[in-house]
Ligand binder design. Structure first.
Ligand SMILES: [Zn+2]
Length: 361
């Protein structure tokens, strides 16, 4: 008897707190109304003395109760409470591939002990939660790639970007190593090209690995100075007119994008910065056109919720305008914050994206 009392007390607590994770593990019926509900039902909580618990929906129905019209208890139900709870937890993992999900957190969501969770998940799903998440990430990653997202965006989106260890593992598997943090570009040749755009002169520069510099400036000369300040030891070469190297194609794609006639091109990027900066920039790659993100959301997104100011300065240190969309990062109150290339340009870029966000980017 005392065991039942404990279980019922726990269930009653789940009902009063409307704990979603308890859905599927039991049902409660209200004798005064004749309906039965899932624990998370949003309806007003009944009086305790009018509530009866059932292991499954069939028992509640057999006792003459009707399914509630608000929470549709039959919709969420499998036959076995463990099965439906673990399936729900598998869905939960699928929906949170980008986060660290320690066993403790999963067990808490499910409302059972870590030990019990570990055992039940494996029994129902067939693999451990950890293995399931690894597979879910890979699934998500491939899905994003198939949808045409670039490798970097897909990588972040699938959750590999949030833990550098996993990231490197998978990145290596794709035959790319994350760009090392090299200072000054010693021994490298950087090719650049300049165009006149609606937002002023724009320079793009690239190493053998990819685009390392996209910036607006007042003149070609000022931009060239800026480039040599950022890569003081590199050999800088202007792309010869008519040579049609990769940088010309990349610049053409970027121009089309800026003119509003094409989505952001997925070009190879040579990101150089501290590990922290690179995390921030990778996160920015996952922010879609028409969307914005606050510095604090960004900080939370890279699992550094206390580093809002460091995140804002990493955005400010971005060298690759537009392609790494730091213009989509705003202050928490929605104000523009800063922009390395001037707030007018930031506003113009955002307005253009907002007006076109119905186009699928
Ligand atoms: Zn209900």
């Amino acid at each position: 008897m005392s065991k039942h009392t404990t279980i019922d007390a726990k269930r009653w607590q789940d009902v009063t707190t409307r704990r979603k994770a308890a859905d599927g593990t039991f049902f409660y019926a209200v004798t005064t109304t004749g309906v039965f509900c899932r624990p998370s039902c949003p309806a007003r909580t009944a009086k305790r003395e009018n509530v009866v618990f059932y292991e499954n929906a069939a028992d509640a129905e057999a006792a003459g109760f009707r399914p509630c019209q608000r929470c549709h208890p039959l919709a969420a139900v499998g036959r076995d409470p463990h099965t439906s709870l673990m399936r729900a937890m598998a869905d939960y993992i699928d929906a949170h591939t980008g986060e660290a999900l320690p066993l403790k957190r999963l067990a808490m969501e499910a409302g059972i002990s870590p030990f019990h969770f570990q055992r039940t998940f494996k029994a129902v799903i067939g693999v451990s939660a950890k293995e399931y998440q690894a597979a879910a990430r890979l699934r998500r990653f491939k899905e994003q790639l198939r949808k045409g997202d670039g490798v970097l965006a897909a990588t972040y989106d699938a959750g590999y970007g949030s833990t550098s260890r996993v990231y490197e593992k998978v990145d290596g598997g794709l035959g790319m190593t994350p760009s090392a943090y090299r200072r000054g570009g010693a021994g490298e040749t950087i090719t650049y090209t300049v165009r006149e755009t609606a937002l002023g002169p724009l320079m793009m520069a690239a190493t053998a690995r990819g685009v390392c510099f996209v910036q607006f400036g007042e003149s070609e000369e000022a931009l060239r100075k800026q480039l040599s300040m950022e890569f003081p030891h590199a050999i800088l070469e202007i792309a010869s007119a008519g040579a049609k190297g990769p940088i010309d194609h990349w610049m053409a794609a970027l121009e089309k994008h800026l003119a509003g006639s094409a989505p952001r091109p997925e070009l190879p990027l040579d990101l150089r910065g501290t590990a922290f900066q690179i995390k921030v920039w990778r996160f920015l790659l996952s922010v879609r056109a028409g969307d914005v993100v606050s510095y604090s959301e960004l900080a939370a997104g890279i699992s550094a919720p206390r580093s809002v100011r460091a995140v804002a300065s990493a955005c400010g240190a971005n060298r690759i305008a537009v392609l790494v969309p730091c213009h989509r990062a705003l202050r928490a109150d929605g104000s523009l914050g800063g922009y390395r290339w001037g707030l007018d340009r930031k506003r113009t870029l955002l307005d253009a994206e907002r007006s076109k966000s119905h186009i699928s980017y």
